[in-house]
Design a protein around this ligand. Structure first.
Ligand SMILES: [Zn+2]
Length: 437
C-alpha cells in the first residue's frame, strides 16, 4: 500500500484525507456506503446528497468545505490549506486549491466556466483571490474532457434556448430529454419557467430535486406534463420509435460530446471523440436523416440525428476556449488531465503547455536531462541526499517542480480510447519518491 497524504476523487486506502469534487459516478468509483478509511471532504450540497447515493454512509466522517472559503486542515503528518471553488459543473461541484509543504496544487474536477456566466465570474474572483497567497501553482489537474480545439460549443444559456425552440416547435409532441442522475437542473428549470410547464422525472430523481430545494417544478405524474427527463441509459432510438407508435414524441439529448468544430482534414490528428461522434451518428442514424461529416460545421445548432431525435450542444464541461482562458488565469507549471479513459482525451500539455510558466516540453526535456545526469552522478557515488527533495521553500518554478516530482502522482492516463470517463482522481503522495507521471 502506498503511503499517501490526500486523495481527490480516488478511494484507495492509504491517504490521510479524501476529497470528493462532485457526485457523478466516474468520480465516486470505489467509494461505498461502508467507507471508513478517513474523513471525506466535500461541498455542503454534495454532503446533503451523498447519503442518498450511499445510504449507510458514516456521516461522522463527512467534513464540509464551503465554496469560496479557505480551510486549514490539520492532518496526522502535516497542516494544509484548501480553498473550495464553485466548479459550475453540476449541483455541489467544486474545484480544490491545495497549499502545503508540498507546494500548490489545483484540482479542477469537472468544471464549466463560461465567459458570460455570473457564477463562473464569482468563482474566478475567488480563485484569483486565493492565488494571491501562492507564488505559483505547481500542478493543475485539469478537466481535459474537451481540451482539443475541435471542441467548440456555445454557453449553456444559448444551448438551453435551442432546446426550448425545439420543444416550442413541436407543440403536439411529447418530449423526452436524456439526463444523468445529477446535473442539468438549470436546463430543466429554464424549460419549466419559459414554457410554464412541469417536468416529469423518475422517482429517485424527484427525491434528488427535492433535496436540492426544487419542490414545485418536477413531478412523477405523467398526466401533468408532456416533457419528461429520463435517464440517459434508457434513451434510445428504439425507445423513441416505440413511443411514437403510441403518441408523437421527440427526444432531445443535451451534450457537448457530439459537437466538433469541423470535419478533420486528411493529415489532422484524429481524436477519439471524432470516432465516437461518427460511431454514434452511424448507430442512431440508420435509415434516417444523418448528416455527413461535411455538414458538422454548423456549430451551436441542434442537430437532428434521427427522425425523432435531436442533440443540442449543452455541455457541463468547459469547451476548448474556456479551458484556454482558465490556464491563462492560473499559469501553472504543470498540467495533468484527470480523464483517465476518454473518447476525447488528449494530453493537455499538447495544446496548453505553451501557457504554462515553464514551457512543458522544454521542462520535460530538462528533467529528462537532469534524470540522466542524476543517474550518472549516482553511479559515480556523488549524488546528494534525497532529503533535498523536501525543500519546498525554493520559489523558482524549476526547483519547485523538482521538489514536487518526489511527492505527486497523478492518475495514469491512456492517451487514446473510445471508452469514456471510466475513472478519475488523483492521489497526492507524501513520501513517495518515484515519479509516476
Ligand atoms: Zn461530472
Amino acid at each position: 500500500m502506498e503511503k499517501g497524504l490526500i486523495s481527490v476523487d480516488r478511494w484507495a486506502e492509504g491517504s490521510q484525507a479524501y476529497f470528493l469534487t462532485h457526485l457523478h459516478s466516474d468520480h465516486t468509483h470505489g467509494l461505498t456506503s461502508g467507507w471508513s478509511h478517513a474523513p471525506l471532504f466535500c461541498s455542503p450540497l454534495t454532503a446533503k446528497l451523498l447519503p442518498f447515493k450511499f445510504p449507510s454512509f458514516d456521516l461522522s466522517l463527512l467534513r464540509i468545505l464551503h465554496p469560496g472559503a479557505s480551510h486549514t486542515l490539520t492532518l496526522p503528518s502535516t497542516v494544509l490549506h484548501v480553498t473550495a471553488i464553485d466548479a459550475c459543473h453540476c449541483s455541489g461541484s467544486i474545484m480544490l486549491l491545495f497549499r502545503g509543504d508540498f507546494g500548490c496544487v489545483l484540482y479542477t474536477g469537472d468544471f464549466r466556466w463560461e465567459a458570460t456566466c455570473e457564477r463562473a465570474a464569482n468563482a474566478r474572483h475567488v480563485l484569483r483571490h486565493a492565488l494571491q497567497n501562492v507564488p505559483v501553482v505547481d500542478v493543475v489537474y485539469l478537466d481535459n474532457t474537451y481540451s482539443n480545439p475541435i471542441y467548440d460549443f456555445p454557453p449553456r444559456h444559448v444551448a438551453a434556448q435551442k432546446v426550448m425552440d425545439i420543444i416550442s416547435s413541436h407543440p403536439d409532441h411529447d418530449v423526452i430529454i436524456g439526463i444523468n442522475t445529477l446535473g442539468k437542473e438549470d436546463l430543466l428549470i429554464e424549460i419549466s419557467r419559459a414554457l410554464q410547464i412541469k417536468i416529469w422525472v423518475w422517482p429517485e430523481r424527484l427525491r434528488t430535486m427535492h433535496l436540492l430545494g426544487y419542490h414545485d417544478i418536477f413531478t412523477t405524474n405523467t398526466s401533468l406534463t408532456r416533457v419528461r427527463a429520463v435517464p440517459q441509459y434508457s434513451f434510445s432510438i428504439e425507445t423513441l420509435e416505440a413511443l411514437n407508435a403510441m403518441r408523437p414524441t421527440i427526444g432531445i439529448m443535451p451534450s457537448g460530446l457530439p459537437w466538433i468544430k469541423k470535419s478533420l482534414q486528411k493529415n489532422e490528428f484524429l481524436s477519439g471523440s471524432f470516432l465516437t461522434s461518427r460511431y454514434k451518428r452511424g448507430k442512431w442514424s440508420a435509415n434516417s436523416e444523418a448528416q455527413t461529416d461535411e455538414q458538422i460545421g454548423n456549430i451551436g445548432s441542434p442537430e437532428k440525428i434521427h427522425e425523432y431525435m435531436y442533440t443540442v450542444p449543452y455541455s457541463d464541461h468547459s469547451n476548448y476556449e474556456e479551458i484556454e482562458e482558465f490556464i491563462k488565469l492560473v499559469q501553472p507549471i504543470r498540467l495533468k488531465g484527470i480523464v483517465a479513459s476518454s473518447s476525447c482525451y488528449i494530453e493537455p500539455m499538447y495544446y496548453f503547455g505553451r501557457l504554462c510558466r515553464v514551457d512543458q516540453q522544454t521542462q520535460l526535456l530538462r528533467e529528462g536531462h537532469k534524470r540522466k545526469e542524476n543517474c550518472k552522478r549516482e553511479r559515480e557515488g556523488s549524488v546528494r541526499s534525497k532529503t533535498s527533495l523536501g525543500d519546498v521553500n525554493v520559489e523558482t518554478g524549476r526547483d519547485r517542480g523538482k521538489a514536487l516530482k518526489g511527492r505527486f502522482s497523478g492518475v495514469r492516463l491512456s492517451r487514446f480510447s473510445i471508452l469514456r470517463r471510466t475513472h478519475r482522481g488523483a492521489k497526492i503522495h507524501e513520501y513517495n519518491s518515484s515519479d509516476q507521471e
